[in-house]
Design a protein around this ligand. Structure first.
Ligand SMILES: [Mn+2]
Length: 305
C-alpha cells in the first residue's frame, strides 16, 4: 500500500460530490493527471480525497463506486462518507424501517437507482456497505480538514472521542437522540434551523439549511443556503447565533461538499471551500488542487468538469 507523507507527495486533490457521474469523474481524474493502471487511478505524487455523496442520482453509480473504492483500497485516495452513504447504510442494515415509515420511503426513493444497479448483485452491494461502514466521517490529514457538510469542531470531538469512533457503527443505526448521533448529523447533513411563524408569516414552520460559515451579518434574510428572500432583514436572536461558527483564519484549510453551489468556484473564506457544484443537477463536478503547506486558498486551484 502506498505511504503518504509530504516528503513524497506534492499535495492533495479534494473532490466534491460525484453522485454516480462516473464519466465526469474519469474526465476530472484525467484533468488532474491521474492515470488508470490495472483498473486503479493513480498519481505518482498526489493523493485524492473524496468528500462523500458519490452514490445515487447519476447514470453510473456502480461504476463510480468501483473507481473510488479501488483507489481507496489501493491507498491512492481517502474517502469520507456523506448523508447519502449514511442513508444507504441505514437502509441496508434495516434501521430506516424501524425508525419511521416515511423516512424509510424517502430513503428508498433516494436509493432507487443505486439499488437497481446492484439488483441481482446483493453480495457485491453488501460488500460495499461493509466498506462504507469502515470509512471515516471526518478527516484531518496533512494540514487540511475534510467533512461532507459542516466542520463543527465540537461535533468532530464528540464523534472522534466516542467509543464507536470516526465511522458508522451498528449502534449509530439504532440510536437517534444521543450527542453522538446529533454530531454525526451536523457533520454529514449540515445544520438546519426553523424560523418562527412570527418571522415567516407562514402557516407551516419554515425550516432551511444555513450557511454555517457566515460571519458578521447574521440576519434572517442572509443566513439560508440558498438564501430565503422572503425572510426579513432582521437580526437573528441570540440563541440561534451559536450555530454559526466564526471560522478563524488561522484554522487549517477546510473542504466540504453537500451544498450544490451554482456560484463561481471561489473560496468562501481564505481557508474554507465548498466543492459540490451540483453535478447531478445540471451543474459540474469540482475539485481543489491543494499544495502542501498552502494556508490561503485560491480560486485558481479549483478544477471543474
Ligand atoms: Mn450531501
Amino acid at each position: 500500500m502506498a505511504q503518504y507523507n509530504s516528503g513524497h507527495h506534492l499535495g492533495i486533490d479534494i473532490i466534491g460530490d460525484v453522485h454516480g457521474e462516473a464519466e465526469k469523474l474519469r474526465r476530472l481524474l484525467e484533468r488532474l493527471e491521474y492515470r488508470e493502471k490495472n483498473g486503479i487511478y493513480h498519481h505518482p505524487r498526489r493523493l485524492a480525497v473524496f468528500l462523500g455523496d458519490f452514490i445515487n442520482r447519476g447514470p453510473e453509480i456502480r461504476k463510480t463506486i468501483h473507481i473510488i473504492r479501488a483507489m481507496e483500497m489501493a491507498g491512492e485516495a481517502k474517502v469520507i462518507i456523506g448523508n447519502h452513504e449514511y442513508n444507504a447504510i441505514a437502509y441496508a442494515r434495516g434501521l430506516a424501517v424501524r425508525t419511521s415509515p416515511s423516512k424509510h420511503a424517502k430513503i428508498e426513493a433516494q436509493l432507487a437507482k443505486t439499488l437497481a444497479e446492484f439488483h441481482s448483485r446483493m453480495g457485491e452491494w453488501n460488500a460495499c456497505i461493509d466498506w462504507l461502514m469502515r470509512l471515516p466521517i471526518c478527516l484531518e490529514t496533512h494540514g487540511i480538514r475534510c467533512v461532507h457538510a459542516c466542520w463543527n469542531s465540537e461535533a468532530v470531538r464528540t464523534v472522534t472521542n466516542s467509543p464507536q469512533g470516526n465511522h458508522i457503527t451498528f449502534s449509530d443505526l439504532t440510536e437517534t437522540a444521543s450527542a453522538r448521533t446529533q454530531a454525526l448529523k451536523a457533520l454529514m447533513n449540515g445544520i438546519k434551523i426553523t424560523a418562527p411563524a412570527s418571522i415567516t408569516l407562514r402557516r407551516t414552520p419554515l425550516s432551511f439549511r444555513i450557511k454555517w460559515w457566515t460571519a458578521g451579518d447574521l440576519t434572517w434574510k442572509h443566513i439560508g443556503y440558498p438564501e430565503e428572500p422572503s425572510l426579513p432583514n432582521k437580526p437573528l436572536p441570540e440563541d440561534l447565533r451559536s450555530h454559526f461558527l466564526a471560522y478563524p483564519p488561522s484554522a487549517p484549510p477546510t473542504f466540504f461538499g453537500h451544498y450544490g453551489f451554482s456560484k463561481p468556484a471561489v473560496p468562501l473564506l481564505t481557508n474554507l471551500a465548498c466543492l459540490d457544484f451540483g453535478v447531478s443537477k445540471g451543474g459540474r463536478l469540482g475539485a481543489y488542487r491543494w499544495m502542501f503547506g498552502e494556508k490561503t486558498l485560491s480560486e485558481k486551484a479549483f478544477i471543474l468538469v
